[in-house]
Write a protein that binds this ligand. Structure first.
Ligand code: TYM
Length: 349
């Protein structure tokens, strides 16, 4: 198989509470890349189960959460006919390649992963083995398609660096075998992260020093993609701020995390840079800025919300999209795994 040079892969976990950070940091970029790249977008259900039932809702919720992420992809503008949209567990090759990568990655590399430390918390002995090995599965997701570009939010940067380390070590460890089989020397590409724009790290509306997160106990901390217009306006009205008006320069936002976050949100939603937002609102109090931000957020999110609801009323349509995407993803993933099995030296087809 020849090496693709413009293939995008990215994934979102079906753990509920899909929020504005997921949309601006990731999903909206997925949409933009469709014009220039061949894209594969995955609802990563194998990743979801690395955490306790309380986080992903258990078996009764998983199917609904998977459909919700799929609906968000499509409602945001991803075209499942031109590109591939599927859920991870339908393509077993992800898990197969992850096992091989478990044998390539080193304990020391995984021990350095900050997300594991955050998610496992104090009770590390009680974290699942899957949560520890999570980044090797993520590397497999990307590399089973030999994807070259991965759009994500800032919090995934370390995982993508590890993906590059795994690809490089595999290419190096198996170099002789790869050469003997006359495959590309750089069999697995060193994937480029795509982490750009004013919203790579959207912060909590209740605390500008904490990331907006699906698992925050306070629903006021995040804008969910399923929130009504009233909820969105209420959450922005209640968002924490400081007493100062907006400054005249970007530099003066330093040390004001909540103000900086809201300016970043406005910029991302309006698709302009932060400096232009400051220019427009310099000297204005939050009593003026917040309603403008709320109107903008509702304007951009209401159509997505409506389309998500329509799709979620038609689960059969969503399931058909995932089945079709999985069938097309499998063709690529199988081809890679056939080569990888030969590279590693496994007997059989
Ligand atoms: P997940 O499901 O936590 O988040 C999905 C995407 O949303 C981004 N994101 C944010 N961006 C900006 N501000 C925020 N507050 C914010 N919160 C989340 C994430 O960076 C991500 O891009 N490990 C991944 C899923 C995954 C994956 C992959 C991604 C599995 N395999 C392969 C890329 C390639 C995750 O947990 O994302």
């Amino acid at each position: 198989m020849s090496q693709p040079n413009n293939r995008v892969f990215s994934g979102v976990q079906p753990t509920g509470n899909l929020h504005l950070g997921n949309y601006l940091g990731a999903i909206r970029k997925f949409v933009a890349l469709q014009e220039s790249h061949e894209c594969i977008y995955c609802v990563v259900d194998l990743h979801a189960i690395t955490q306790p039932f309380s986080v992903w809702g258990g078996p009764a919720e998983l199917a609904n959460n998977t459909r919700e992420v799929t609906a968000a992809f499509i409602a945001s503008g991803i075209d499942p006919a031109r590109h591939i949209v599927f859920n991870q567990s339908q393509v077993v090759e992800h898990a197969e390649l992850a096992w091989i990568f478990n044998c390539v990655a080193r304990m020391g590399w995984l021990n350095r992963m900050t997300q594991f430390k955050e998610k496992a918390g104090k009770d590390r002995e009680n974290a699942s083995v899957g949560l520890f090995a999570y980044p090797t599965l993520m590397a497999a997701d990307i590399l089973v398609y030999r994807a070259t570009h991965v759009p994500v939010g800032d919090d995934q940067k370390q995982h993508l660096e590890l993906t590059r380390d795994i690809a490089a070590k595999f290419n190096n460890d198996f170099a002789e075998s790869i050469a003997r089989l006359q495959l590309d020397t750089d069999y697995f590409p060193l994937t480029d992260p795509v982490i750009e724009g004013p919203a790579t790290r959207v912060m909590s509306l209740r605390d500008g020093t904490k990331k907006m997160s699906k698992s925050d106990a306070s629903d006021l901390s995040r804008i969910n993609l399923t929130d009504s217009a009233d909820d969105i306006a209420k959450k922005i009205r209640k968002a924490k701020t400081d007493p100062e008006p907006l400054p005249a320069t970007l530099e003066e936002l330093a040390g004001r995390p909540e103000a900086e976050n809201l300016v970043g949100l406005y910029a991302a939603l309006a698709e302009i840079d932060k400096a232009s937002v400051i220019e427009q609102f310099a000297g204005e109090p939050f009593s003026v800025f917040k309603p403008a931000l709320a109107d903008l957020a509702v304007e951009k999110l209401a159509p997505i919300n409506a389309e998500m609801r329509r799709l979620l009323d038609n689960p059969v349509e969503i399931d058909a999209i995932l089945a079709d995407g999985a069938a097309r993803a499998r063709v690529i993933a199988r081809e890679t795994m056939q080569e990888v099995r030969r590279i590693v030296g496994f007997l059989g087809d």
